[in-house]
Design a protein around this ligand. Structure first.
Ligand code: NAD
Length: 251
């Protein structure tokens, strides 16, 4: 029996909880979330604070809260068990990233970064030695950025590290691409607010001396931080971590 803990259990977490109920040999160890209310049949503990003993009851903890919560509990979790984390902008803080890498090495536990809202992080990682430039242009509605702009405006154009500091809830895609590719300082982030759009769109440009690739991801998020695809992809990532590989395994 594999036991999964949750740090944060909103849109992504609840999709994963539902998915786990359909899997054989997988159970929920705990949910840590100040607002989660138990549903009928929930037998696991729901807590507002964690500690190493609680975390050690899980084979894997899935963080789907936010970057500051990940920074608060990340080291304690990784000392205790494997961690899969969605709030990737937290890793733009170099001291937090270094501490987590060191903790991963001393504990022997794994740190998993899911592909989340986009496709192809594994392929970006495979090409990391060859990329000469990576740029991500994100266009969102004022509502999804918590703003009231009345005209299209470029809010930011510069290194991904600073974009993560300015928009921690909105640029997890940028952070994941930076980590998989050429890092937070060499990846360029452009953030555009546009009242004419109802979608959240990411346009990713990857360049090397010999290759050019583009990925376009566009989704209706209705003002929420996560679109409809991310909870689906989260379930696939969990399956791959657990090696519940269905019929065909895409690697
Ligand atoms: N990597 C990606 O591609 C990607 C894509 C979408 C979302 N995300 C990120 O994933 C995270 C979760 O997204 P979501 O849509 O499920 O968000 P959500 O707002 O629906 O859920 C977040 C949950 O975290 C809980 N929370 C808040 N403070 C907490 C604390 N101190 N301790 C424990 N739990 C706490 C909230 O109560 C809520 O239930 C966010 O950081 C989001 O930005 C990443």
């Amino acid at each position: 029996m594999k036991r999964i803990g949750f740090l944060g259990c909103g849109k992504i977490g609840q999709a994963l909880l539902k998915h786990i109920k359909e899997l054989d040999g997988v159970d929920v160890a705990f949910v840590q979330d100040p607002v989660y209310t138990k549903a009928a049949g929930d037998t696991f503990p729901v807590v507002t604070k964690g500690d190493k003993d609680l975390y050690a009851t899980a084979d894997l903890i899935i963080e789907c809260a936010n970057a500051s919560v990940l920074k608060e509990w990340g080291v304690t979790m990784l000392q205790a068990t494997d961690v899969l984390t969605f709030s990737v902008t937290a890793f733009s803080d170099p001291s937090f990233w270094d501490t987590m890498v060191q903790c991963k090495q001393t504990s022997g536990h794994h740190l998993y970064i899911p592909h989340g809202a986009i496709l192809g992080l594994d392929g970006i990682f495979d090409g990391r030695a060859m990329w000469t430039a990576i740029k991500i242009v994100t266009t969102k509605s004022p509502k999804s950025l918590g703003r009231t702009d009345t005209e299209r405006t470029v809010l930011y154009d510069g290194p991904t590290r600073k974009a993560c500091e300015l928009f921690p809830r909105n640029v997890n895609v940028h952070a994941s691409v930076a980590l998989a590719g050429i890092g937070f300082d060499r990846t360029e982030s452009v953030i555009i607010v546009d009242p004419a759009v109802e979608t959240n769109a990411h346009h990713i440009y990857l360049d090397s001396d010999s290759t050019h690739m583009e990925l376009i991801i566009s989704s209706v998020a209705k003002g929420a931080v996560s679109g409809a695809y991310t909870p689906q992809s989260a379930c696939g990532s969990l399956d791959r971590v657990l090696q519940h590989t269905r019929d065909v395994l895409f690697v």
